[in-house]
Ligand binder design. Structure first.
Ligand code: IMP
Length: 434
């Protein structure tokens, strides 16, 4: 199989974990390129449920090499907790996991800084996951971050922390707070982590290029999603990394010329966690149905997700900025009981029709959705495995989403299990599965 990227087409939680898990059968390597343990990818295998946060979900398949790419940020203790939890469920996390030496660390002061920042924003808080992700990327861009590679040279750790510590203490003083971090303990814990996991810390780009040279295929597993991307999302209500397909080259050190295809993953409806505009957000009755049937609660934080209808304006935008070759539509069965399903085809703004997703949040926030009502199918699609098994109205629904989003639908997920999946014959996705 060629080297393929899996990207969320909406605001996250589209079910990327399942699609990555399915395609992992066809590759030898799975690499994550962005985010940290703010992400939560749920994969159901038989009667077991696995939630991975920083470890690529390929780890659930024995023999797959998993790479935590340089574009990620990792908190050492969260990593160890996740590793222990996976091992308790019988998943081996041994030498098949590589952590790029250029990965930046999430440290205790990042949690403190994030809480301060969210607090200071008051009503404008982003609604972050409070996992220290944003401040870790800020330290990276501020040229004061620590990397995994630094753990291989433990004697220099204290000095390397100087700038990050100075910055943190300046902010604490400015906001009248006492700094709370015990830096000696931080250094001791980082040294111990380096001793335990040093053998996993490698040049991620080199490892990946060697895999490609041997003819192996890589699946790039995106976290968060297009509309949460730092550059292309609904800024400032976004995450702090490059979640779109363009982030792969930067976040792994694999050049764009070696990336062969992009799969977008979208729910058959739409959800979002945290603050920010959401033009197709449903009314109370709609939210009740979607959240209830879709079990829309965050995998990382447990927060109830905001729910709404499929937004084709946003989907077209996601197709454009990621260059999707195929779209995977998940959770179709959540819509099974509806008489009619609204799909947002365009926005209305100050009396005008907008067909393209605006950058200006003041505009996006004032946009009214223009809905097309599509006929429901009022029967169960749960577990369907063949396109022909879907009721005609469900097929029409998917075809209409494809037309509006300007991308062919290659996969339809009809339940959480690996087997509850339809692969569309003739699609790019089907050719990669062959
Ligand atoms: P942060 O990534 O914790 O900084 O949060 C920034 C925004 O991204 C918030 O609205 C979060 O709810 C959202 N976010 C971060 N990670 C995820 C995810 O995995 N799924 C859905 N939303 C996320």
């Amino acid at each position: 199989m060629p080297n393929i990227v899996i990207v969320g087409a909406q605001w996250g939680d589209e079910g990327k974990g399942k699609v990555v898990d399915l395609l992992t059968r066809k590759v030898q390597v799975v690499a994550r390129y962005n985010g940290g343990h703010n992400a939560g990818h749920t994969v159901i295998v038989g009667d077991k449920k696995f939630i991975v946060h920083v470890i690529p979900s390929g780890i659930l398949h024995p023999g797959i090499l998993c790479v935590i790419g340089n574009g990620m940020v990792v908190n050492p203790s969260a990593f160890e907790k996740e590793k222990d939890e996976l091992e308790a469920l019988g998943v081996e996390v041994g030498e098949s996991l590589v952590i790029s030496d250029r990965v930046h660390l999430i440290l205790p002061h990042h949690y403190a800084l994030e809480a301060l920042s969210e607090d200071a924003r008051g009503a404008n808080a982003i609604g972050t996951t409070l996992r220290g992700t944003g401040p870790a990327y800020e330290d990276k861009a501020g040229r004061r971050g620590l990397t995994m590679g630094d753990l291989l040279r433990p004697d220099a750790l204290g000095d390397k922390l100087t700038e990050a510590r100075r910055h943190y203490e300046t902010i604490c003083r400015g906001s009248g707070r006492e700094p709370e971090v015990d830096w000696d303990q931080v250094v001791a814990e980082l040294r111990a982590f380096g001793e335990r996991h040093g053998s996993k810390i490698k040049d991620g780009s080199l490892v990946l290029s060697q895999q490609i040279a041997q003819g192996y295929s890589i699946l790039f597993e995106g976290a968060q999603a297009t509309l949460l991307d730092l550059d292309h999302g609904t800024y400032p209500f976004v995450t702090s990394s490059s979640a779109t397909a363009g982030g792969v080259a930067v976040g792994t050190g694999v050049p764009p010329s070696r990336i062969d295809g992009v799969v977008g993953v979208a729910k058959a409806y739409c959800t979002r966690v945290g603050t920010g505009p959401f033009p197709s957000e449903a009314d109370e009755a709609g939210v009740e149905i979607l959240r209830g049937r879709g079990n829309e609660y965050g995998a990382t934080t447990g927060r109830p997700r905001r729910c709404g209808w499929f937004d084709a304006v946003a989907a077209r935008y996601a197709t454009r900025v990621n260059g999707f070759d195929s779209l995977a539509i998940t959770k179709l069965d959540v819509l099974d009981e509806l008489d009619e399903i609204p799909v947002c085809t365009e926005y209305r703004y100050e009396g005008q029709t907008l067909g393209e997703f605006p950058a200006d949040l003041a505009v996006l926030g004032a946009c009214e959705p223009v809905y097309e009502g599509l006929a429901g199918w009022k029967s169960s699609t749960s577990g369907a495995r063949d396109w022909a098994d879907l009721p005609e109205a469900a097929r029409r629904y998917i075809e209409r989403l494809s037309e509006l989003a300007r991308v062919q639908v290659g996969l339809v997920s009809t339940g959480p299990d690996r087997e509850q999946t339809i692969i569309r014959a003739g699609s790019a996705l089907a050719s990669w599965f062959a």
